[in-house]
Design a protein around this ligand. Structure first.
Ligand SMILES: [Zn+2]
Length: 219
């Protein structure tokens, strides 16, 4: 391990101001897929006991079909390509943190939302990446059916594999509607997951600094 961590005198510390780009009114979903999904959602409404012919539900199957395509659009996106599109040579070797990145994902067990915040940091090793690309990478993995643990690890691995930094840290804090709306019905429980490489893994001081900067209770 060549990396020697010195106490950090400074770190860049960005607060991500919200990733909610809103729902685009323009439809760019393949018509065939949308119609195929809509047909099945109409059937599902019937199976759930709804009168799927009633006026209020007229366009619901198609809306749901489009919403679900939006919420799973990460399948069609390449997170590594996003990072590679904005990599710059730079000798900066201090911690770069993007914190409070909003995440909205769907648990793969119930297809119910889980949502919260991701905090991502890396220590550059010759390359930095355009800061907006990190929330975009988080989004690509979140817009798929997920478990929070895998989401955390995938973000970490993507950044590690592309940037080859001296360390990556990812912490996600999220609430799962499959826990609060059903199941154990715990309204306010937050699940925290974390994954680290390099300096964040091997050097407690580096990890502690990151956790302090994101305001986490994790040790
Ligand atoms: Zn679930």
């Amino acid at each position: 391990m060549a990396y020697l961590c010195k106490p950090k005198s400074k770190s860049i510390h960005f607060k991500e101001g919200g990733m909610n780009k809103g729902y685009s009114k323009e439809d760019h979903y393949p018509g065939e897929t949308t119609q195929a999904l809509a047909r099945r959602y109409k059937e599902i409404l019937g199976l759930l006991g709804e009168d799927n012919e009633r006026e209020g539900l007229q366009d619901t199957p198609e809306r749901v079909a489009k919403a679900m395509q939006f919420l799973t659009q990460g399948y069609g996106q390449d997170p590594e390509a996003i990072l590679k599109s904005a990599m710059f040579r730079e000798d900066y070797k201090q911690m770069v943190i993007v914190k409070d990145i909003e995440i909205y994902s769907l648990c793969e067990h119930h297809m119910l939302p889980f949502f919260g915040k991701a905090h991502v940091a890396y220590i550059p090793n010759g390359h930095i990446v355009g800061l907006s690309k990190i929330p975009r990478v988080v989004d690509v993995f979140a817009r798929r059916l997920q478990v929070q643990e895998r989401l955390t690890t995938q973000i970490k691995e993507c950044i590690q594999n592309v940037l080859h930094p001296l360390g990556v840290a990812v912490v996600i804090e999220a609430q799962h509607l499959c826990m609060s709306m059903r199941g154990v019905q715990k309204q306010n429980s937050v699940t925290t997951t974390s994954d680290f490489t390099g300096g964040f893994l091997n050097n407690p001081q580096t990890r502690m600094e990151f956790l302090r900067l994101i305001g986490s209770d994790l040790k």
